[in-house]
Design a protein around this ligand. Structure first.
Ligand SMILES: [Zn+2]
Length: 349
């Protein structure tokens, strides 16, 4: 079968190639790939900056934002042939740490977790893949191709859940949330926050085009200036850019007892000791929490599926801005100005 593979930590090694059918040890459920979403992590792996091949192998099958159709549900599965499924990305570490032991692999304590398409387990960019039944999430069939948005939706579902849990340390009646960055994660965060009944504001650099239109179509407010210019002190900020300036402004703009949840992964920038103390002082005096959030566990996968099923499908469809055939996968990894979510489509829904 055909698969998109890469030799991690070696740039320019990605290729579409013939590989053997998926190993039965990968799981008893056999799935035919429909589509795989592309994100910044895939770009980093292809550029040789991230990623690990399975032990004893040199190449990794890419892809962690999956959607497929069950070909063979196997013996011990509640799935049926034809079901649309998405594969959970992370697997608990083998020790396991206390968090992995209770199924909260997203909060792994020792970093020895593995991840499909990223860390030591093959991903989903192959014509067929196998998965353990307990890691296959069945989606509402009415979602069709939109099911490929489930994995990024799990990331924001966890972030907003954690903001809510942290908020409840005291009386917590949040009204406003600011989302920084109107990429797929930011837009899905805005969607989930809206479905939770919050007044949603989204900030991005783009002044016109699909992003402002999508934000307004949600009934949210769009801002194209700086965080400091939004004109209010949000109860929560979901930071999705990873840009140092935006993060610093978010910490200075958050309301009293508000929470800044960081989901973007950026690089660079220098924190001087003075700036560090200023940030700490602001955080102390306003009872703020600055929290990082990554990945998701099964509870978030379930809830994200519920959120997607409740969302306006025509709005979700506008998040998928390009569909690329596997043989043109390199063009899927190029970022074009109008891109929101680009997917590699292996077969029709
Ligand atoms: Zn762990």
């Amino acid at each position: 079968m055909k698969a998109i593979t890469v030799e991690p930590h070696k740039p320019e090694t990605a290729r579409l190639e013939e590989i053997p059918e998926p190993d039965a040890r990968d799981g008893s459920v056999l799935v035919e790939a429909i589509a795989v979403g592309v994100c910044g992590t895939d770009v980093e792996i292809v550029e040789g900056k991230y990623g690990w091949a399975p032990r004893g192998k040199t190449r990794l099958v890419l892809g962690h934002e999956s959607l497929g159709r069950v070909v063979d549900p196997g013996p011990s599965s509640s799935l049926n042939k034809g079901d649309l499924v998405v594969g959970i990305v992370r697997r608990p570490d083998p020790v396991p740490c206390p968090n992995c032991a209770v199924g909260e692999w997203d909060m792994c304590r020792n970093g020895q977790y593995t991840e499909r398409g990223i860390k030591e387990i093959h991903g989903f960019m192959s014509e067929r893949w196998r998965i353990e039944p307990e890691y296959a999430i069945k989606i509402d069939p009415a979602l069709g191709i939109l099911g490929v948005l489930l994995e990024p939706a799990t990331v924001v579902t966890k972030a907003l859940e954690h903001v809510d849990v942290i908020g409840r340390r005291s009386f917590w009646e949040p009204r406003t949330v600011l989302v920084t960055g109107a990429g797929p994660i930011g837009l899905l965060a805005a969607l989930v926050a809206k479905l939770c009944g919050l007044e949603v504001h989204v900030l991005d650099r783009m002044e016109t085009g699909a992003k402002p239109d999508l934000v307004r179509a949600l009934g949210a407010t769009y801002h194209s200036g700086t965080v400091k210019e939004v004109g209010f002190a949000p109860d929560a900020i979901i930071e999705c850019t990873g840009v140092g300036r935006v993060i610093a402004d978010s910490i200075q703009t958050i309301g009293s007892s508000g929470i800044v949840c960081l989901t973007g992964v950026g690089h660079g920038g220098v924190i001087t000791s003075a700036a560090c103390a200023d940030i700490a002082a602001a955080t102390v005096l306003k009872n703020n929490v600055i929290v990082g959030s990554v990945n998701a566990n099964k509870r978030h996968w379930y809830r994200a599926g519920e959120f997607l099923a409740r969302a306006d499908r025509s709005w979700l469809a506008k998040l998928i801005t390009r569909r690329v055939r596997p043989e043109n996968f390199m063009s899927a990894l190029e970022r074009k100005p109008d891109d929101i979510k680009v997917i590699i489509q292996f077969s029709e829904v």
